[in-house]
Write a protein that binds this ligand. Structure first.
Ligand code: SF4
Length: 264
């Protein structure tokens, strides 16, 4: 029996938003229905009843042979349908999965998407994101050299701090991202990320400046770029720069001569 026209229009709109969300997350392909159906957890509340499990290949590119990207694509597809936090799922424009290179040695974790990120489907694209870009540039890095994600994949209304149950709901996605990317180092940007990875922490100022451990991966804790903006605590930029220098030294990467100046 053929679908009513309105259902088909809704289905197309949902699928287009879903594919845009995947593309924003850096996922340039999506698995065929059999793989997705086998691996994705069914969460029917957000998908229209008529939605198939098949997700067409974006831009009809040849099947990707990079299994890490494939696994991340499956995970991003699962996240895009997630409604474990009903209030966040009902207010988000889209989920914000990640940005950057799935093969990066450095993985950055922030707190949650803000308004700009929610609109664009990418983490760290607002004012704080611009500052993060400058910090990376000061280290001789671009966003394509690192992997960037958040504790929460959905925007908390009003940019409030994630609630403990929301962070718990989303924890498995972050853990899986780390497992798949296999970074050499993790940088927790702010206390939400540090608490999610390391458990209850001391004040952030006492956690920064040294390496912690997450499942054998060294973790640097430093201030979130939003905390460094002019109306908050720009004087802490110096501390972040010291943390990044320690990290680059551990990675064996030379810092560009004008790095400190460009981080300001
Ligand atoms: S924040 Fe995470 S767990 Fe909660 S609805 Fe969004 S994707 Fe799901």
């Amino acid at each position: 029996m053929s679908e009513p026209v309105s259902s088909m229009v809704d289905l197309r709109r949902h699928l287009e938003a879903h594919l845009r969300s995947l593309r924003s997350a850096g996922i340039e392909w999506a698995p065929r229905g059999d793989k997705l159906a086998a691996k994705a957890r069914p969460v029917p509340a957000v998908q229209p009843a008529t939605a198939p499990t098949h997700v067409a290949s974006i831009d009809a590119e040849p099947e990707e042979t990079d299994s890490r990207r494939q696994e991340l694509g499956v995970l991003a597809a699962e996240v895009a349908k997630c409604v474990r936090c009903p209030s966040l799922a009902s207010t988000r424009t889209q989920t914000v999965f990640a940005d950057g290179n799935p093969h990066a040695e450095l993985l950055f974790i922030g707190e949650a998407p803000g308004a700009d990120e929610d609109a664009q489907g990418k983490p760290f694209v607002g004012e704080a994101g611009q500052l993060l870009n400058r910090i990376l540039a000061a280290c001789g890095l671009t966003r394509e050299d690192v992997y960037i994600c958040n504790v929460l994949k959905c925007r908390p209304p009003g940019n409030r701090t994630p609630l403990p149950d929301e962070a718990d709901n989303c924890k498995g996605y972050l853990e899986r991202q780390i497992e798949l990317v296999k970074p050499k180092f993790i940088v927790c940007l702010g206390s939400s990320a540090a608490t999610q990875l390391l458990g209850p922490i001391k004040p952030l100022g006492q956690m920064r400046g040294r390496f912690h451990d997450y499942k054998g991966i060294p973790v640097m804790v430093t201030y979130h770029p939003a905390y460094l903006l002019p109306h908050r605590s720009p004087d802490k930029k110096r501390d972040v720069w010291e943390d990044m220098k320690s990290l680059m030294a551990k990675l064996g990467r030379p810092i560009p001569e004008k790095g400190a100046a460009s981080a300001e």
